[in-house]
Design a protein around this ligand. Structure first.
Ligand SMILES: [Zn+2]
Length: 113
């Protein structure tokens, strides 16, 4: 379950932020998760709870925002939306696609006290 590893680095980032900004606690954590990244939001939520224990983010609400998948189609020479990795281009049906967006997990915002 790679959600544990993701949340481990997420909590690491939050600790770095705490050192820089000097807040006491985190109330809400907003992350952007690409739909192509094989991240299960429920597993992520659970993993976050485990990893955030005894950290400034303990009891914080994890808000997950999904980012759509986008890929560059080499045949159409344009960016298209895809639902999952390996999908064909909705324009031409081809598979000459380079994924541009949708595999990342990004810390977007921290609501702190
Ligand atoms: Zn295409």
């Amino acid at each position: 379950m790679h959600e544990i590893a993701l949340c481990n680095s997420l909590v690491g980032l939050i600790r770095d932020q705490q050192r820089e900004r000097g807040f006491a606690r985190v109330r809400r954590v907003i992350v952007e998760v690409g739909v192509l990244g094989h991240v299960d939001p429920h597993a992520l939520d659970f993993a976050f709870e485990v990893e955030a224990k005894d950290s400034p983010a303990q009891d914080a609400v994890l808000e997950i925002r999904e980012i759509e998948g986008r890929a560059w189609c080499m045949d159409c020479s344009e960016l298209v939306s895809i639902a999952k990795r390996g999908d064909a281009c909705p324009g031409c049906g081809g598979y000459g696609m380079i994924v541009e967006q949708g595999e990342e997990l990004r810390l977007k915002e921290l609501e702190v006290i």
